[in-house]
Design a protein around this ligand. Structure first.
Ligand code: ATP
Ligand code: MG
Length: 715
C-alpha cells in the first residue's frame, strides 16, 4: 500500500489504522499494538490521505512516550514532515497554546510554570499565612484536593466543601490561586484549565484551532481526566475526527483525577463512534499473559478480554520469598548479574518495579554494593535537586522578575548579606502596597535613600538588584548557556557549592549537567527552555543508551516494555497498598497497577516479597500479597507462599544464617579484582547474610564497599 508498509500490521490493526473519518475508539489489552496503530494512523493520514502534518495533533501520556513516537514517525515520514506534527503531552500542548494566546487568555506571556515542588512550597506558604497547622493539614494532601478540583474544572469560588477538611481546602485554594497569579505563575493543572477556559470564553480562538486540527489522536485515553476530556471534545467539535486508544484495565491514575468512565462518555457523546478491538498480543509469552489475566479477572464490572500470543508458553513466573528488603534486593541484583553472565539478557533489558519510591533505597544500595550501574526513574529527581532548583530560579527571575517564589529562593544564595529580617521587611513592604516583591527590590536598588533598610542591608540588596538587572539586559543577545555562565560567574556559585566535600563536587556536576542540557539545543530561547524544564516528568530521567537496568515505580512503567521484569515488595499493605485495603475502588486500581506491571514483561517475570520489611523505622513481618495467591500454581516456580509453622521455621533458619557463621573468605591485605573497579587491596571484611561485605582500596577507583561475591582473588 504505497509508501507506508501496512503489511507490518495484522488485519484488525490495519482496519483501525485506515478507519474512515469520524470518531473512532481502539479498545484493546496491553501489548496488542495500540500505540503502534496510533503511530501508523498518523503516518497513514499524512502519506495516503495527504493531510498536512501541521493539521494533525497526537497526544500521549509522558514526554518519553511522545519522544518515542516522534522518533518512529521521523522514520516513517522523514524529519521535515514529522517536525510539523503537533505531538506531545496534554500539558506541553496546552502550554504552547497558552503562550501563543496569552493576550486573549489574560495571562502574562512570560508566565512561569510551577512544578510539583513549587506547588507544594506555595501551599505551605499559604497554610502558614492563614495560620493553619501544616502538621494537621499536610500540604501534599491539601494540594491534592486542589488539583482534583481543578481537573474537574471547579474554580475556587464554586468549590463546595463537604467537610471541615474541605473548608480548609476551599480557603487555601482561593489564596493559592491569588498567589499564583501574583507571581505570574500557572501550575500544571492550570495549563489544562486555562486552555479549556480560553476556548470556552473565546469561540473565535477555539474556531481557529478547530479549523487547524483536522485530526486529533490520543493514546492511553483511559487515563484522561475531566479537563482533558473536555479539551478533546472542544477541539474535535468541528471535524469530529477524534481517534482514541484505550484499555480500561490499565487505568492507574484515578488518584490524579483520571476517570476511565471517559470511555463511556465518549460512546455517549459520539453515538456514531467506530470501535475497533485488537486481540493478539505481540509482547509477552502466554504464561505472562495468563498470570496477568488471573489478577485482573478478579475486578468487578469489566468486560472480559481474551489475550493470546503466538510467542508460545515461555518460562514460568519465578516467585521469590526473601528474608528482608536487603536480601530481596540482593536476589534481584544477583539474578540480573547471572542472566547477563549467561548471555540471556543485557542489563538494559531488565526493569525492577516497585509500588512506592522509598523502596528504591534498598535496591540502589544493592546495585552500588555490587558495583553495577543502574538507572533510577523518580526518587532523586534531577530537577528536584537543590542546586538545579537554584539555577533555574535565577533563570526564571531573568525571565520574569515578578516571580516572587524564585526571587525569595535565591535572594540570599550564595549568602550575600540579605538576612531573614531584611527579606521580611521587603516582603512586608510589597504586601502593604500590593506590588510585586521585585518592585521593592528595584526601588531599594535605584533610590539609594530609601529608609526601608539599614545601610548594610541596602547595599546588599542594591548589589543583587544591579546583578539581576544586568542579566535581564543581557538576555536579548545571549543564549541560555551564556546566561547560565554569566549567572554562575557573577554569583560565585561554583565556589559556594564546591566546599571540598564529595557532595559539593557531585552538586557541581549536576550544574554542569543542566548546562549540557541547555547546550544541546541551538537557538533555544529562555522561555522554551524553562517550559521544557518545568514539564519533564519523572520518567524522562531515563537516560537512553546506557546499558543498565531500570528502577522505576509501577506507575511510571506504563506503556513501556522490557524482556525481563522484576516486581518487588509483593506484600499486603504495600502491593496492594495499605490505603486501598478497605476501599473496593482503590483495591481494583491496585489490581490494575499489578496488571500493568506484569504486562510490561516480554520473556521473564520475577515476583518477589520479603518476610520482614523495615517501614517507618520499624520492622514488621509481612503477609505475602493476595495477588500472589491469585496466581494459578502451574504458572509459577520458586518459593511458594508458606503459611503458619513453615514460615516460622523458615524465619528461624534465616535469622541464624544471618549471624556470621561462615568465615569470611577475604581478609585484610588480600589482593582482589573487580570487573568494573579493577585491582585493589582488602581493608576489612564482614559477614552479611550468605555473603560478606568487603571494604576495598582500589588502585584507581578509591575506597569502595563491595559484596564479596563480586570480587575475585588476584595475585
Ligand atoms: P500498552 O497497552 O502496554 O501500551 P500497546 O497496545 O500500546 O501496549 P504496543 O506498544 O503498540 O502495544 O506494541 C507492543 C509490542 O508489539 C511492540 O514491541 C510492538 O512493536 C509490537 N507489535 C505490535 N503490533 C505488531 C505487529 N503487527 N507485528 C509485529 N509486532 C507488533
Ligand atoms: Mg501503548
Amino acid at each position: 500500500m504505497g509508501k507506508l508498509a501496512l503489511k507490518d500490521l495484522n488485519p484488525q490493526q490495519r482496519a483501525a489504522v485506515t478507519a474512515p473519518d469520524g470518531p473512532a475508539l481502539v479498545l484493546a489489552g496491553p501489548g496488542s499494538g495500540k500505540t503502534r496503530v496510533l503511530t501508523y494512523r498518523v503516518a497513514w493520514l499524512t502519506l495516503e490521505r495527504s493531510v498536512p502534518p501541521g493539521q494533525v495533533m497526537a497526544v500521549t501520556f509522558t514526554n518519553k512516550a511522545a519522544r518515542e513516537m516522534r522518533e518512529r514517525l521521523q522514520h516513517l515520514l522523514g524529519h521535515a514532515r514529522a517536525g510539523s506534527l503537533t505531538l506531545g503531552t496534554f500539558h506541553a500542548t496546552c502550554a504552547r497554546i497558552l503562550r501563543r494566546e496569552a493576550k486573549v487568555a489574560g495571562i502574562p506571556r512570560d508566565y512561569v510554570i510551577f512544578d510539583a515542588d513549587d506547588q507544594r512550597t506555595l501551599v505551605r506558604q499559604v497554610l502558614r499565612e492563614l495560620d493553619i497547622d501544616v502538621k494537621q493539614y499536610r500540604p501534599t494532601a491539601v494540594h491534592g484536593a486542589i488539583s482534583r478540583a481543578k481537573n474537574e474544572l471547579i474554580p475556587p469560588e464554586a468549590y463546595q466543601p463537604s467537610s471541615y477538611f474541605g473548608e480548609i481546602v476551599r480557603r487555601v485554594y482561593e489564596r493559592y490561586q491569588e498567589r499564583l497569579r501574583a507571581n505570574g505563575g500557572l501550575d500544571f493543572d492550570d495549563l489544562l484549565v486555562e486552555t479549556v477556559r480560553l476556548f470556552r470564553e473565546h469561540p473565535e480562538v477555539l474556531g481557529r484551532y478547530q479549523e487547524r486540527y483536522l485530526h486529533a489522536l490520543v493514546d492511553e485515553f483511559q487515563d484522561t481526566n475531566m479537563a482533558q476530556y473536555i479539551l478533546l471534545r472542544q477541539l474535535a467539535a468541528r471535524h469530529r475526527n477524534l481517534f482514541a486508544v484505550a484499555d480500561e484495565d490499565q487505568s492507574i491514575y484515578r488518584w490524579r483525577g483520571a476517570d476511565y468512565r471517559n470511555i463511556t462518555r465518549l460512546r455517549e457523546d459520539y453515538p456514531d463512534l467506530a470501535v475497533y478491538l485488537l486481540e493478539q498480543n505481540y509482547r509477552s509469552t502466554q504464561t505472562i499473559l495468563d498470570a496477568a489475566q488471573a489478577i485482573i479477572r478478579r475486578n468487578p464490572n469489566r468486560t472480559e478480554k481474551r489475550l493470546f500470543t503466538r510467542r508460545g508458553t515461555g518460562l514460568k513466573v519465578t516467585v521469590h520469598e526473601a528474608y528482608d528488603q536487603d536480601e530481596e534486593a540482593r536476589f534481584v541484583v544477583n539474578t540480573i548479574a547471572e542472566l547477563t553472565l549467561q548471555g540471556k539478557a543485557r542489563p538494559g533489558e531488565c526493569a525492577v518495579m516497585y509500588r512506592t519510591n522509598a523502596q528504591s533505597r534498598a535496591l540502589e544500595e544493592a546495585f552500588l554494593r555490587a558495583g553495577l550501574p543502574y538507572r533510577l526513574v523518580g526518587a532523586t529527581r534531577f530537577y528536584a535537586r537543590r542546586e538545579i532548583k537554584d539555577l533555574i530560579a535565577f533563570l526564571r527571575l531573568i525571565h520574569n522578575p515578578t516571580d516572587a517564589t524564585s526571587l525569595t529562593r535565591i535572594i540570599n544564595i550564595p549568602p550575600r548579606g540579605i538576612g531573614k529580617r531584611t527579606l521580611l521587611a521587603l516582603e512586608e513592604a510589597a504586601r502593604a502596597r500590593g506590588v510585586p516583591l521585585w518592585q521593592i527590590v528595584e526601588e531599594v536598588g535605584t533610590h539609594q535613600d530609601t529608609p526601608l533598610l539599614g545601610g548594610r542591608a541596602q547595599g546588599a540588596v542594591t548589589r543583587l538588584y544591579r546583578m539581576v538587572r544586568g542579566w535581564i539586559e543581557a538576555r536579548e543577545g545571549a543564549t541560555v548557556v551564556q546566561l547560565m555562565d554569566q549567572v554562575l560567574a557573577e554569583t560565585g556559585y561554583e565556589a559556594y557549592l564546591r566546599d571540598g566535600t564529595e557532595e559539593g563536587d557531585d552538586r557541581w556536576n549536576n550544574v554542569q549537567e543542566l548546562r549540557a542540557v541547555a547546550a544541546e539545543y541551538a537557538g533555544l530561547t529562555l522561555t522554551d527552555f524553562l517550559a521544557d524544564v518545568a514539564l519533564v516528568s519523572d520518567v524522562d530521567n531515563l537516560a537512553d543508551g546506557v546499558d543498565a537496568p531500570t528502577l522505576l515505580t509501577l506507575h511510571s512503567a506504563k506503556g513501556l516494555e522490557f524482556p525481563v521484569v522484576f516486581i518487588t515488595g509483593l506484600e499486603e499493605g504495600l502491593l496492594p497498598h495499605s490505603r486501598s485495603l478497605d476501599d473496593p475502588e482503590s483495591l481494583a486500581e491496585e489490581r490494575r497497577l499489578m496488571y500493568v506491571g506484569i504486562t510490561r514483561a516480554r520473556d521473564r517475570l520475577y515476583l518477589t516479597y520479603a518476610f520482614r520489611r523495615v517501614r517507618y523505622a520499624t520492622s514488621e513481618p509481612n503477609a505475602p500479597s493476595r495477588f500472589l495467591e491469585a496466581l494459578p500454581p502451574h504458572l509459577t516456580e520458586g518459593s511458594r507462599i508458606r503459611s503458619g509453622k513453615r514460615r516460622v521455621e523458615q524465619a528461624i533458619a534465616w535469622t541464624t544464617s544471618w549471624t556470621p557463621t561462615a568465615t569470611p573468605s577475604f581478609t585484610t591485605g588480600d589482593r582482589v579484582m573487580h570487573r568494573v573497579f579493577g585491582r585493589g587491596v582488602v581493608l576489612e571484611s564482614q559477614a552479611r547474610g550468605d555473603d560478606e561485605e568487603v571494604t576495598v582500596a582500589f588502585e584507581t577507583a578509591g575506597l569502595k564497599r563491595i559484596m564479596g561475591s563480586y570480587l575475585t582473588p588476584a595475585d
